[in-house]
Design a protein around this ligand. Structure first.
Ligand code: G3H
Length: 532
């Protein structure tokens, strides 16, 4: 049981955090309307000693009017391409970003504390999420400098001088997911900002208070209206923003159904660019010559890190029938050895689930599969404790089961056995998703054929290792309902910008003007200055 004295000092909650302000036009506007309560999935004793979800604080439930005010602020800051931010010298935008990240680093403890309480990420993973985000910002700055150095020149072709750079797209609506409410949201927001776009950002449904310590920093680090932060229900806040037709980029990490609903509201579909990281059903394929110990340890991390609540999680395991018994035995032993507890306890791997109704959903998947012939093959599978459910390993799973089709995004692992690899390739080709795959084995003849096909069905083939997004310099994308655009430190800068250039015929008249433009340093775009 969680009692106050079992909570480490640095994670103790002093008082509920009432975040009654939102950020529009660099003003922290006080909201006097309806507030939404924020609870932690971690149970603590109330005044009567009964265990209940810990009350963490409140956030505004803004309405359409405030959402549109935030949009208006972002539009004014972009100012039809004339705004201070989109026309600013690259070197100066970088200075704003450097100021932001320096201040953000001072908020590590507060942000990590709320990451742990709000979404039950283990303390180590919460710290990793924060540090990884800081690294991402620094890497983005460095990459943008490189990109700018490459553009600090003129090129000549067909008698035309061209000075080509990447320019911003306009106003970005940015929506992140609850499982990485800091990192994934910032992997959208930061590249969008540094490229000169202006933004309206709505924190994820769970993992919302952790943004509070950063509001002042946004306000102090960027010009008016460049970053606007709104709170509330997606339908009330995001829908009118999309309907206005003024959004140039929908940047969303979440479910394809939300992305589809939001983009369909936009009246000008060719104006709207999409940067989407969506759901996936990444398979693990265990070939007959696989190193079983290695496959087991990678599949444990791949299927159940953060209780399986990762878009990159392994969500279905295919094991060759010759080794299925051995793999299943060792894998289920390892699953049952995983420690459940509060996120700050040593060695804890499994924690309570933040989404209301998630335990019931996982149970529904288990019941559906077992009613159709699968068994829960690990001893602890499906054990319940309030808002926690112990991971259930289901075998043998067939295509008629919901857990085969749906992205479970939680602690249940479907296993299928196979004897013909072509059947799996057909399954992957027929799937709605196409993010990544893991293959375990060593026979080069078999691997080469598999790799050559799989790279055409997904966007990352992991050899003898689980699926993952990182390192963040590598391209992160997917096919079909798994993604639109590519994210990575470098690719995200491209996704949030467009190539745009000045061209002039090579003659004395134009060349003289170009030279004057360069010498005068009056244009922030026409510049061959080299950022060190
Ligand atoms: O939820 C999806 C994340 O992008 C996964 O990232 O592989 O680093 O956990 P990760």
């Amino acid at each position: 049981m969680t009692t106050i004295d079992t909570i480490p000092q640095n994670l103790q909650l002093n008082a509920p955090l009432h975040q009654d302000r939102y950020l529009v036009n660099n003003e922290l506007v006080q909201w006097k309307g309806e507030m939404a309560n924020v609870y932690s999935p971690i149970l603590t004793p109330n005044a009567d000693g009964e265990l209940e979800q810990t009350f963490l604080g409140t956030v505004p439930n803004l309405e359409e009017k405030q959402a549109l005010e935030a949009l208006d602020a972002a539009c004014k800051a972009y100012d039809k391409g004339q705004g201070t931010w989109p026309t600013m010298k690259v070197a100066d935008r970088i200075k704003h970003m450097e100021a932001f990240v320096e201040k953000m680093k001072t908020k590590r403890d507060e942000v990590v504390k709320y990451l742990v309480w709000e979404i039950c990420k283990t303390l180590a993973d919460a710290e990793k999420e924060f540090d990884r985000t800081i690294d991402y910002i620094y890497d983005t700055i460095e990459d943008y400098k490189n990109m700018d150095r490459d553009s600090a020149r003129f090129e000549k072709n067909g008698g035309i001088h061209a000075h080509i750079r990447r320019g911003p797209l306009g106003v970005v609506l940015c929506l992140g997911p609850y499982n990485y409410p800091l990192n994934e949201t910032f992997c959208l927001l930061i590249p969008a900002l540094i490229m000169g776009n202006t933004t309206v950002f709505k924190p994820a449904k769970h993992g919302v208070l952790l943004i509070s310590p950063l509001l002042e920093i946004f306000k102090d680090s960027f010009p008016k209206g460049v970053v606007n932060v709104v709170y509330g229900r997606g339908r009330v806040v995001a829908s009118p923003i999309m309907k206005s037709g003024k959004v140039d980029v929908l940047a969303l990490i979440g479910h394809s159904s939300s992305a589809n609903a939001l983009q369909s509201l936009h009246p000008k579909s060719n104006r709207l660019r999409l940067v989407l990281g969506l759901e996936a059903k990444n398979p693990a394929i265990i070939l007959p010559d696989a190193d079983i110990d290695l496959a087991v340890s990678e599949c444990i991390a791949g299927t159940l890190s953060y209780n399986g609540q990762r878009c990159t999680a392994l969500k279905i395991v295919y094991v060759h029938e010759d080794i299925a018994d051995e793999f299943n035995k060792r894998y289920t032993e390892s699953v049952d050895a995983l420690k459940f507890g509060n996120p700050w306890e040593d060695g804890v791997k499994l924690t309570p689930l933040p989404e209301p109704g998630k335990v019931e959903y996982i149970q529904e998947l288990i019941n559906d599969a077992t009613s159709k012939g699968a068994k829960v093959i690990n001893a602890k599978g499906g054990e319940l404790l309030d808002n926690f459910i112990f991971p259930a390993v289901l075998y043998p799973v067939t295509k008629s089961m919901k857990v085969y089709e749906e992205e479970q995004f939680g602690p249940v692992v479907p296993i299928r056995s196979f004897n013909k690899i072509d059947d799996i390739l057909d399954d992957i080709a027929d799937s709605n998703y196409g993010q990544q795959v893991s293959i375990f084995g060593k026979d080069v003849d078999q691997l080469s054929r598999l790799i050559d096909t799989l790279v055409n069905l997904v966007c990352r083939v992991n050899l003898n290792s689980s699926c993952q997004r990182g390192p963040d310099v590598f391209p992160f994308t997917g096919r079909k309902d798994s993604a639109v655009s590519t994210l990575s430190v470098h690719d995200a800068l491209r996704s949030f910008s467009i190539r745009t250039f000045i061209a002039s015929k090579d003659n004395d008249y134009n060349n003289g003007i170009l030279e004057d433009l360069l010498k005068s340093k009056k244009s922030n775009f026409v510049s061959t200055d080299y950022i060190l």
